[in-house]
Design a protein around this ligand. Structure first.
Ligand code: COA
Length: 261
């Protein structure tokens, strides 16, 4: 497997995973999906990593979706495994104990939009464009697009995007809540994402993990089950060293230093 199609870097507690097929608009082929999966697991297992950034190489695309060159002649049985590989990536991102930030530096279409939607926080550059254009190929989103998009932007907007295959620009994506923040340039985007990641590196790791689990759980479950889950994980944070440190720091009017324990 050539892992140069995906780059991996760890600096100051931040793992950056970069899809690196810029001439193909970072289209997701089997190798890219496999390498991304490996690097996400590496980041999850590395105790020095506190935050993960997912982005695309170049100035054109975050990822323009699944690699369409692999589609001709594929039937329903043959597409199932690659599609499952894409869905599994999105599920894994959500299951990770660490925050994953999508730095959307251009087109986030199809599987690219779906991967971004699986990330915890999405920041975008002004040239970013989002969409689920699968309908234009006679197919539908298959990495969770029909499931996560309506939960993020509402059913009516999701149906419009999925039925038409239309792209929306970064401002519109911000307006409908698909991205948290828009930056003028790609440089400003990477700066802004780094600033956010550095802020999150400092936060108590166990509490971040519990908060992510509870928020994701509440996204899927009913109110009473979600409240019961929140109560459990809230109580668990009281057994951490970081809770003692955070509370002591507040009372002593100093900055807390967390050990992520
Ligand atoms: N799969 C494979 N190759 C892709 C791709 C994809 N999803 N998206 C872009 N590419 C390739 C193009 O084939 C082209 O390669 P080439 O230079 O070897 O011909 C290169 O990336 C640049 O794309 P191009 O179409 O020339 O750029 P553009 O600026 O005119 O358009 C897009 C950009 C993203 C709008 C257009 O490429 C596109 O619609 N891509 C497909 C998006 C899609 O349907 N995704 C869902 C797939 S299920």
């Amino acid at each position: 497997m050539s892992e140069q199609e995906v780059l991996y870097d760890v600096t100051d507690g931040i793992a950056t995973i970069t899809i690196n097929r810029p001439t193909k608009y970072n289209a997701l082929n089997t190798n890219v999906r496999a390498a991304m999966s490996d690097f996400l697991k590496q980041a999850e297992d590395d105790p020095t990593v506190r935050v993960v950034i997912l982005t695309g190489a170049g100035e054109k695309a975050f990822a323009a979706g699944a690699d369409i060159t692999g589609f001709p002649g594929l039937n329903s049985k043959e597409i199932r495994e690659p599609a499952k590989q894409g869905q599994d990536l999105s599920v894994y991102i959500e299951s990770m104990s660490k925050p994953v930030i999508a730095a959307v530096n251009g087109f986030a279409l199809g599987g690219g939009c779906e991967l971004a939607m699986a990330c915890d926080i999405r920041y975008a550059s002004g040239n970013a464009r989002f969409g689920q254009p699968e309908i234009l190929l006679g197919i539908i989103p298959g990495y969770g697009g029909t499931v996560r998009l309506p939960r993020i932007v509402g059913l009516g907007r999701a149906k419009e995007l999925v039925f038409t295959g239309d792209q929306i620009n970064a401002e519109e994506a911000y307006r409908i809540g698909l991205v948290n923040k828009v930056f003028e340039s790609i440089e400003a985007l990477h700066e802004g994402v780094k600033e956010l990641a550095s802020k999150l590196v400092e936060k108590p790791g166990v509490a971040i993990k519990m908060a992510k689990q509870s928020l994701n759980n509440a996204w899927q479950q009913n109110l009473s089950d979600s409240l019961a889950f929140e109560l459990d994980v809230f109580c668990q944070t009281f057994d951490t060293e970081d809770k003692e440190e955070g509370v002591a720091a507040f009372l002593e009017k100093r900055k807390a230093t967390f050990k992520h324990k």
